[in-house]
Write a protein that binds this ligand. Structure first.
Ligand SMILES: Cc1cc2nc3c(=O)[nH]c(=O)nc-3n(C[C@H](O)[C@H](O)[C@H](O)COP(=O)(O)OP(=O)(O)OC[C@H]3O[C@@H](n4cnc5c(N)ncnc54)[C@H](O)[C@@H]3O)c2cc1C
Length: 495
């Protein structure tokens, strides 16, 4: 039994660190419980590119989080604006107007300030020129409202947050798995922990749950997301198995949100069952807007150019999982080769190359080659080649008359060499979780806050439904982690 802490934070990813730092700056003695050993610590946050979506009115706002931007960098970049209304609109649109309006408003309105606060804690950020902007005539133009990334990506983010926690006297227990909440009629009083084969109890006046979703649990995936989801690959950590969600439900927490929904993307078909920190997010294959998808029947099955990649990638993993054999091939021709993202260049790809379409389709494992060739020819014939291709805008270069249209960036496949990449569904995180209020207090099934219990990040429900605007997961965890930590400290060390 340990009585040394005011606030216990379950997890050691982005949301958890923000909670711990916010609690510590209010005078609380804070402990992290991290289920993973130190060399695998940091949760999904460590697997990310470190991209964080913030609302900003111009480069002056961005300089709050990237004070190191030089005059020369600013001169060669068109950051545009991405104001609060645009961020709110994106959240509403992609979640089909299901996102909780109060939680979403806070997420958006505190996004910039929270990331600036992280900068103050020692996390450095840079502009995401490589992934989110196109170079037009020597000047970079950002296209999707997503401009900020942590230096060093997810590993850099977790390293900086870990260093900040240590510098501020926050204790970290690795290999410490929370297995239950200590609760009575007055609320939550601590956490039961399994560490080095022993069960111990940590008392605290405030407990923040920031232990991720249930995506790494195949049984829960099949149970909540539906049949077949046990077959998806997990993009990130193997430790987010939903046990902390269950612990909260066991003490009366209310579930909410899109329990049958998740973030899932196109992912290397032969990737391992869980994420590999040496490869990070590079198993993803996000350049499909410049090519086409084919399934085992040789058919296209989705509008690859329905919207900017940031607004479709998180829902297309589900579409791939629904295909026969749970896989698909992405096909490109030489015209767009230079546009393919860096992740297409890694060694661990299932890639085929040929100088004719006839030769290419024969190499596509498990695909009806004749049908695939017919499909590509029909697609080529349907492209409005009179409309110029422009990756910076939704260019309207579409197909005409196909059962599955392609609405933008419809390139004909006619210039060798042709390339194809095999993908399956990679799940990122589950959307359903715990109900919180705007102070990040966990709500009970009776509709009251559970005293002493707070939550942030992936295990909170009600924010994402069906889809997700890229770069919002880390911002969501940071905003609500900071709120949760401050609220937990207030309940633990009243001033
Ligand atoms: C490959 C990939 C790329 C991504 N790229 C981006 C991106 O660029 N931008 C973005 O915004 N989002 C991105 N995401 C989504 C993002 O990772 C998540 O939204 C975010 O990291 C969730 O943060 P979190 O702190 O809630 O959870 P996590 O970072 O997953 O942290 C959960 C923590 O809880 C611990 N834990 C679990 N169970 C227990 C237990 N029982 N006891 C103790 N500890 C426990 C875990 O070990 C971990 O430390 C990406 C995800 C993946 C997988």
């Amino acid at each position: 039994m340990t009585d040394r802490y005011d606030v216990v934070v379950v997890g050691a990813g982005n949301a958890a660190f923000c909670a711990a730092l916010a609690a510590q700056e209010r005078g609380a003695r804070v402990l992290h419980l991290e289920r993973a050993p130190e060399d695998e610590a940091g949760g999904n946050s460590r697997f990310t590119a470190g991209l964080m979506r913030v609302a900003y009115n111009g480069v002056e706002d961005l300089k709050r989080v990237m004070p190191d931007l030089s005059a020369e960098e600013i001169a060669r970049t068109d950051f545009g604006t991405y104001n609060e209304d645009q961020f709110l609109d994106d959240m509403a649109r992609v979640t089909e107007f299901r996102c909780d309006p109060d939680l979403t408003e806070i997420l958006v309105k505190r996004s910039l300030d929270t990331v600036a606060w992280m900068r103050g804690k020692g996390v450095r950020f840079t502009a995401a020129w490589g992934r989110q902007a196109f170079n037009i005539g020597g000047r970079f133009k950002f296209w999707g409202g997503l401009t900020v990334e942590a230096v060093g990506g997810g590993p850099g983010l977790v390293d900086s947050l870990t260093a900040a926690a240590r510098k501020n006297g926050i204790d970290l227990w690795y290999g410490a798995r929370a297995t239950g909440l200590l609760a009575d009629d007055d609320g939550v009083k601590g956490v039961q922990v399994r560490r080095a084969g022993r069960t111990t109890f940590v008392n605290a006046k405030g407990v923040v749950l920031a232990a991720g979703g249930f995506q790494a649990n195949p049984e829960w995936r099949a149970r909540y997301l539906g049949p077949g989801w046990e077959l998806a690959k997990v993009r990130g950590t193997r430790f987010n198995t939903g046990d902390v969600i269950r612990m909260a439900l066991d003490v009366g927490a209310a579930p909410t949100g899109n329990w049958s929904g998740c973030h899932a993307v196109a992912w290397e078909r032969n990737a391992p069952e869980f994420g590999d920190l040496a490869v990070g997010d590079q198993f993803q294959k996000h350049s499909y807007p410049w090519g086409i998808y084919l399934n085992a029947d040789g058919k296209r099955f989705v509008d690859e150019g329905a919207d900017f990649r940031n607004y479709t990638y998180a829902k297309y993993g589900r579409v791939i999982l629904a295909q026969p054999g749970q896989f698909a091939w992405q096909v490109f021709d030489a015209k767009v080769k230079a546009q393919l993202r860096d992740e297409y260049k890694i060694r661990q790809v299932t890639k085929r190359t040929a100088n004719t379409l006839e030769a290419l389709v024969k190499q596509l494992d498990d695909v009806d080659a004749d049908a695939a060739l017919r499909e590509i020819k029909a697609y080529n014939a349907a492209v409005r080649t009179d409309i110029p291709f422009n990756p910076n805008v939704k260019d309207g270069r579409c197909t005409v008359g196909l059962a599955i249209p392609k609405s933008n960036w419809a390139n004909t496949l006619d210039t060798p060499p042709f390339e194809a990449y095999a993908v399956t569904c990679g799940i990122t995180f589950s959307f359903g979780g715990l109900r919180i209020n705007t102070d990040a207090q966990v709500m009970s099934t009776d509709g009251e806050p559970i005293p002493g219990l707070f939550a942030a990040g992936e295990l909170v429900g009600g924010i994402f439904y069906f889809n997700y605007p890229g770069g919002t997961g880390l911002t969501n965890g940071a905003v609500y982690g900071r709120i949760a930590g401050a609220a937990a400290a207030r309940s633990a060390v009243p001033r």
